[in-house]
Design a binder for this molecule. Sequence first.
Ligand SMILES: [Zn+2]
Length: 56
Amino acid sequence: MGRGKPDARPGGKGLPPSQRPSKVCPVCGRPFAWRKKWKAVWEQVTYCSDRCRQQR
Ligand SMILES: [Zn+2]
């Protein structure tokens, strides 16, 4: 105990881009990162784009 190193705390607001959540698209198999337009629906987002959604 008592080491003076700052801890990186996960969670909270204002995540840096490198720590934003990401998912893997089941259609094209590529990972895609959180986008601002998905802010309200991220939990429902499954595909990286409308195109992949329609190809399902
Ligand atoms: Zn895709």
